[in-house]
Design a protein around this ligand. Sequence first.
Ligand SMILES: *Cc1c(COP(=O)(O)O)cnc(C)c1O
Length: 450
Amino acid sequence: MEDKKSLAKWDKRYIWHPFTQMKDYLESEPLVIERGEGFYLIDVEGKRYIDGVSSLWVLVHGHSKKELIDVLKSQAETLCHSTLLGIANVPSILLAKKIVDITPDGLTKVFYSDNGSTSVEIALKMAYQFWQQRGEKRRKRFIKFSNAYHGDTIGSVSVGGIDLFHNLYRPLLFKTYKAPSPYCYRCPLKLKKETCGLACVSEFEKIVKRYKDEVCAVIIEPIVQGAAGMIIQPRGFLSAIWKISKENGLLFIADEVATGFGRTGSMFACEHEDVKPDFMCLSKSITGGYLPLAVTLTTEEVFNGFLGNFEDFKTFFHGHTYTGNPLACAVALKNLELYESEKIIEKLESKIQLLTNELKRFLELPCIGEVRQKGFMVGIELVQNKKTKKPYAPKEKIGQKVILEARKRGVVIRPLGDVIVLMPPLAIDEKTLIELVDITYKSIEKVTTL
Ligand SMILES: *Cc1c(COP(=O)(O)O)cnc(C)c1O
């Protein structure tokens, strides 16, 4: 083991960190993680931190889970990798069968990749090619939502709606139609949730009616727009959007990369409103946080649209080198078996309730605009002025200050702009959950009432 000082120095010298202003980072003391144990991360100094964002939305059963490590070891001794281009491997078959079993009806085909962005790219390309091969050549556009986040590759950025991340790249992106996001706290239509009658759904319908002949598909993060700061859709929004899409002959892509595998309290967010999409993108928690893996699920109808004689070239010409990696698939399968044997979803209900109760007192703080929660996804929106909802000035770096304060107190969390997010591992125990919320509260209080 290298000494701690050298590691920190080399990190600064050699690594460019994602979504990180490196000027600030180079001036800071880096947190270098060495080990994971249950719901804790442990740094090179031996200091322990509650993993409050599940190592970025992925951790389910905790770090160092013996069953997952055992499967990984035994698969490593059997086969580490073999391509899916034209040949098959055992773990990818077993996992695909399992995933088709547990996802909404109609999704029967599994296409593998290795991260959320590519799972979205694949759905977009499949939807487009499906229509092209049907002879509907005019269909080249997608309908997306403002505040959407679908990943960082150029295709997934094209269907993104977070100006801060996406605007600069506009000239490189393909054209889309953008429907308003149901961000009720800051309604884009300037209406009140109690009386709006879901006017944003009508706005969506207008776009559909006007452009449907040139649209391939609608893409949405069902129930919660995660990266935008945990924006939770009002009841009935998702099912209304889905119905309108289907009535108008459009394909429907549910990006459950963040919401999938229990995050919202049910296995998949689409289940809350009985939505049956034509595509479902899954990644993040699929391996319980142990290895990178993603899938794009679709229907027989879409799949059949790609069948033909070899020389017709209706093949889906897409695939990544590590597509269907056996290590990742074996761990994912074990992860899903643990959901059942350890009753992860069943046990979540009471912890969600506990979390709701623990979050109540946050609204007493002067700087909290809104506390949003769906299942184990929490967004705490900080504002400079509660009455006017005026945000903090960016240079105050308020979110950054809060997470650094939390770090001092033994919690790792991340801000999304001025929204502090909590995404505890689903299997977390109540005591650690309460401690996580308590430290978050104290950190916000300290930073905002100085
Ligand atoms: C994180 C995320 C992605 C991108 O996944 P990566 O693995 O980071 O590429 C796509 N869609 C949603 C909804 C996400 O939350």
